[in-house]
Write a protein that binds this ligand. Structure first.
Ligand code: PHE
Length: 488
């Protein structure tokens, strides 16, 4: 529409001097006219010259006064025609800013006597400020002094208006020829391709972004962690069973059957099948004994250990269940030192909030060798975490039923400027390792952490539900960087 109007106008007139005027005369939005001018100019139908004009627009404060009147007039009208009003009373009648500005302007104009009591000095006032503001709103030009005084009161600001003046161009025609963008079968059949004008290729145009698969941030960080473990000579453990028996998840780890973590509040138990089919009977006997009466220098927990409790199936609450199975298998072989790791999903019956989900991923590493000490654990942790970009570590004594000593791991977070807990670690207890059949001098150092924690820090996600679960916005995967330099 605007295109026909412009080309049509130029058929009979030399020039469109001002695109803004043209738009308002013909009832178009100026923006639409500008877009058409740019396009017609590109095809040289027209020649367009930039024009710029300084104009004035009202600020928010200016708009308020244009509607409600200037503060000085509002104040003047609030003062009674006869007699006076106390300053406090007057203040109550007006908005605080209107009162403040009104007092100073009306005083300056000598409209009112300002004391404790305020009274009128003149009978009648005119709201010149309001009138000027309305004239600016209408696009009228004002004198220099008026502009300066409104500008000084921050009631108007300058705005640069951009438009065009337009003349015929070398390819001018009263209507634009439609250029063909595609050569179709119909064009060939009809033979009209001979007359058609084809749009030129634009080899500089950007193509649409290619659709491709995207990795979830958790998968990316998981892969980086895998690489770190592999560089350090660790082997990956098979973690492909979410369902585990209580025996492997708890009992074999010397976790007593009354332990609160074994409560259904913390653990998801399976209804079908509710119990495991088989356990290694010889080993079960030894585990029962160590719980009930200890051995290997331990007193045990001194309670009646129940097989039915150990049989119950659950969704594994930690990948340490997998480590335990692996260590049990390892203990059956002639002794060889091993380094194992796993990264996979675990489940806890927790109430979901910003930092907790009922399922998450655990990263776990362990080293099994003769004569290992707590010093080795600290050394391995420093080595592991420094490759994650966390080189300042601190350790705090902690408690796990299956490790002694146990340490929580803290790292100094440069962004948050504080120490944050990043994992848990320890040396597996003899009550766990010796029933498996390991030689007495074999020690296992191990640690675990969640995959979500470092991923949230690395990707700046502060609500875990934005990272994992059914509420995740898929564009998170599309937008995040393909790779980051350094892991932190
Ligand atoms: N299993 C522990 C947890 O779930 C982590 C851990 C692994 C602690 C190995 C010590 C040793 O938090």
């Amino acid at each position: 529409m605007a295109e026909e109007a412009i080309l049509g106008y130029l058929a009979t007139s030399e020039e469109i001097p001002d695109s803004g005027q043209f738009a308002s005369q013909h009832g178009f939005q100026h923006n639409d006219v500008v877009n058409v001018i740019k396009s017609l100019h590109g095809f040289r139908y027209i020649d367009a010259q930039d024009i710029k004009r300084e104009s004035w627009v009202l600020t928010d404060e200016g708009k308020k006064y244009a509607a409600d009147g200037s503060p000085e007039v509002q104040l003047f009208l609030a003062v009674p025609q006869e007699g006076s009003i106390s300053k406090d009373e007057l203040q109550k009648k007006l908005e605080p800013s209107v009162f403040k500005i009104g007092c100073s302007q009306a005083g300056k104009n000598k409209w009112v006597d300002m004391g404790k009591q305020v009274s009128r000095k003149v009978q009648h006032v005119e709201d010149k400020v309001k009138d000027l503001l309305i004239r600016i709103q209408k696009g009228e030009a004002l004198g220099k002094d008026d502009i300066n005084s409104l500008k000084a009161r921050k009631l108007i600001v300058a705005q640069t208006w951009k438009g065009y003046s337009v003349k015929k161009g070398p390819n001018y025609a009263p209507t634009r020829k439609k250029v063909a963008t595609d050569l179709t079968r119909e064009n060939l059949q009809r033979g009209d391709w001979k007359e058609l004008e084809f749009k030129e290729y634009n080899f500089n145009a950007k193509g649409p972004p290619a659709e491709a698969g995207h990795l979830h941030p958790l998968l990316k960080v998981k892969q980086q962690l895998k690489n770190i473990f592999l560089q350090l000579g660790f082997e990956e453990m098979p973690t492909n069973n979410f369902v585990e028996s209580s025996f492997w998840n708890f009992d074999a780890l010397f976790q007593p059957q009354q332990h609160p973590a074994r409560d259904s509040h913390d653990t998801f138990f399976l209804e079908v099948p509710s119990t495991t089919r088989e356990l290694p009977e010889e080993y079960v006997k030894l585990v029962k004994r160590v719980h009930e009466s200890g051995g290997y220098g331990s007193r045990g927990y001194m309670y009646d250990w129940k097989r039915e409790e150990a049989n119950k199936n659950l969704l594994r609450t930690h990948t340490t269940a997998v480590s335990t199975r692996m260590l049990y298998a390892l203990a059956k072989q002639p002794f060889t030192p091993k380094r194992y790791f796993s990264i996979d999903r675990v489940f806890r019956n927790e109430s979901v909030d910003r930092t907790h989900l009922a399922e998450f991923h655990q990263i776990e590493g362990l080293v099994c060798d003769k004569g290992l000490t707590l010093g080795d654990l600290i050394g391995v942790l420093n080595d592991f975490f420094s490759r994650l970009g966390m080189s300042k570590l601190r350790f705090k004594p902690a408690y796990n039923p299956y490790t002694e000593p146990s340490m929580e791991i803290f790292s100094y977070h440069e962004g948050l400027k504080k120490w944050v807990e990043i994992g848990n670690s320890g040396m597996f207890r003899p009550e766990m390792l010796l029933p498996m059949g390991f030689p007495e001098d074999v020690r296992v150092i191990a640690w675990g952490l969640s995959l979500e924690r470092p991923t949230m820090i690395l990707y700046g996600v502060d609500n875990i539900r934005d990272l994992f679960g059914h509420k995740v916005d898929l564009s998170l995967m599309k937008r995040n960087p393909i790779c980051r330099l350094g892991i932190d």
